[in-house]
Design a protein around this ligand. Structure first.
Ligand code: AMP
Length: 183
């Protein structure tokens, strides 16, 4: 495994623990000699992740969207910053650049991006590991929803098993690496 894509909030959230954990995740990705891939923004948790990885000397690849310029402030200190034309192109490019994917606390954009790559894994379009990093119990309702969907027969146990669930950056990266090695 050489690179990890993180989907996470463009805002910081109310709990300062999210920002601290985003930075810790960036640092841990870099310490393991992995590249960080993310949306290229200089705001919220996205900025904290990138700054953490950069502080540890790790490469960070941002994939931003040109048309969102008014909404998105691009990080100018990244190793590489690609600006693509559409959200679809951005997701495709991030998926291409990364060997694994993490859903970190975030909002609608985070959910949408993560569920797309998770769906692709379920369909067998790729075999890259996907994980939900459940910081401060943020994703408890989401993981409960997945369990509920499985009980109701809409999500197969085999699909649930594709998902790495962890509560710390270290455990998440261990889990993704294990899946990657076992492919
Ligand atoms: P959200 O979780 O709604 O804050 O969206 C953040 C996630 O969606 C990031 O992983 C980005 O790649 C993407 N994204 C969508 N819209 C934006 C935006 N206006 N600024 C930064 N990132 C965005």
């Amino acid at each position: 495994m050489r690179s990890v894509c993180v989907f996470l909030g463009s805002t910081p959230g109310h709990n300062p623990a999210f920002g601290a954990a985003a930075e810790a995740l960036g640092r841990e990705i870099a310490r393991r000699g992995l590249a960080t891939v993310y949306g290229g923004s200089n705001t919220g948790l996205m900025k904290r992740l990138a700054d953490g990885a950069l502080a540890e000397g790790g490469p960070v690849h941002g994939v931003s969207v040109g048309g969102l310029k008014d909404l998105e402030i691009q990080h100018q200190g990244l190793t590489t910053l690609e600006v693509v034309a559409t959200m679809h192109a951005r997701k495709a490019r991030m998926a291409e650049l990364a060997d694994a994917f993490i859903a970190f606390p975030g909002g609608i954009g985070t959910f949408e991006e993560f569920f797309e790559v998770f769906t692709w894994a379920r369909l067998g379009l790729h075999t890259k590991p996907c994980g939900v990093l459940n910081i401060e119990g943020y994703y408890d309702p989401l993981l409960e929803l997945l369990d509920h969907a499985e009980r109701e027969g809409f999500v197969r146990p085999i699909d649930q098993a594709l998902l790495v669930r962890a509560t710390t950056p270290e455990a998440m990266l261990d889990g993704l690496q294990e899946r990657w090695d076992g492919r």
